[in-house]
Design a protein around this ligand. Structure first.
Ligand SMILES: *Cc1c(COP(=O)(O)O)cnc(C)c1O
Ligand code: SF4
Length: 366
């Protein structure tokens, strides 16, 4: 009976009542949370009581991890259900042997990022918006990520890997080169900080980057694309909020949450801090098989978001990156799901279901 009850609770809840879990979101600062994150798939499974589950995947972990290392903060682990190999959070981050099997149509650069590079660390695909690859480091490694094979080595001069990923060096963009390029193109009025995850940069580095962007007179808006408020919510510090608030740029935050179970009390606090500070917060999610490909899962995600004053922005069709084929949901199914959401949710709570097509002038509605 105890086992059955425990399966309905997350690891964080169980350990918190036992008193042996060091702070999900409270006890350590975000940099310490990065340092103590789990970096091995077998350790991740063991922490959830799944080691030796005999599903035949364990032998394959090493090969998948060689391409893209495991990186899971304890704050995120704490929201998973122990003993459940199908947990929707676990599935997003656990390396699997199937990733190493080539699948036709799944390639290294499906979204044409290489072609969109206008200067080192700066991409422009769409009118008026330039996207800065602020760093290759992330606060979690999502197995479906379209940047898992992005060549960050060309982007950065330094390479002080903070989370041990060869595809995620810790160096950051050369601001002087970025500013020169931004100044040349007066049509760019919005700069998107992306990566990797720009909020894995420390405050001093982030401050310099923002100051550089603010120095370009025709840039009016800053958009921050980050999964940190979800995976390591203590990143949303008062000093971060203050820095964004003093900016002359209109600042929008786009977080990345795929399942309602990712939202716990600490995430709720982080989101509230941003919204209370007058920063509009949007969410983008990726439609992922086994994670959120049901009307119930998507409805619950959207409801939990709007309850927290976060607007569902995009539901992305999976980019066909090699290693991620097992996450793909057919577009026809995605369209059905969106139709069902329309019948259940207020209009503003239904995200736009989009695909990214290399060479297109915008993300395309499906
Ligand atoms: C997704 C993306 C954007 C932003 O697109 P919006 O539709 O404005 O959210 C900008 N630049 C690049 C390179 C992108 O991939
Ligand atoms: S946080 Fe974003 S960029 Fe980083 S691995 Fe996950 S999806 Fe990719």
């Amino acid at each position: 009976m105890v086992v059955v009850r425990d399966r309905e609770r997350t690891l964080g809840e169980i350990l918190a009542t036992r008193g042996d879990f060091v702070g999900a979101g409270t006890a350590v600062d975000w940099q310490e949370a990065m340092r103590r994150a789990i970096r091995r798939g077998d350790q991740l499974l063991r922490r959830l009581g799944l080691a030796g589950s005999g599903d035949g995947e364990v032998g394959g972990l090493t090969a998948a991890e060689r391409d893209f290392p495991t990186f899971v903060p304890l704050e995120f682990l704490g929201r998973m259900r122990p003993g459940d190999p199908d947990d929707p959070l676990l599935l997003q981050v656990v390396p699997r042997a199937i990733e190493t099997e080539p699948q036709p149509g799944f390639v290294g650069d499906p979204v044409g990022d290489t072609a969109a590079r206008i200067s080192p660390g700066l991409l422009q695909k769409y009118e008026g918006r330039a996207l800065v690859i602020a760093t290759g480091v992330c606060g979690v490694h999502c197995r479906y990520c379209f940047r898992r094979q992005y060549d960050y080595h060309d982007t950065f001069s330094e390479s002080t890997s903070a989370n041990g990923s060869h595809s995620s060096p810790g160096g950051t963009i050369d601001e002087a080169a970025m500013v020169r390029r931004l100044r040349q193109d007066r049509s760019i009025d919005e700069v998107i900080l992306s990566g990797g995850d720009p909020l894995t940069l420390g405050d001093p580095r982030l401050d310099r980057l923002l100051a550089a962007i603010e120095s370009v007179p025709h840039v009016r808006r800053l958009r921050v694309h980050s999964r940190m408020p979800i995976v390591i919510p203590q990143r949303v510090t008062e000093s971060l909020i203050q820095r964004l608030q003093v900016s002359r740029l209109a600042t929008w935050m786009v977080v990345h949450c795929n399942h309602a179970q990712e939202i716990d009390a600490a995430v709720t606090t982080a989101l509230a801090r941003m919204v209370d500070a007058g920063i509009p917060v949007l969410n983008q999610a990726v439609l992922l098989a086994g994670v959120n490909d049901s009307a119930a899962a998507l409805e619950s995600l959207c409801r939990e978001l709007v309850d927290r004053r976060v607007q569902p922005y995009y539901l992305h069709q999976l980019d066909r990156i090699s290693g991620a084929a097992h996450f793909e949901v057919p577009v026809s199914r995605g369209l059905e799901l969106i139709e069902q959401l329309r019948g259940r949710l207020p209009g503003y709570a239904v995200p736009v279901y989009v695909s990214e097509v290399a060479g297109a002038a915008s993300k395309l509605p499906n």
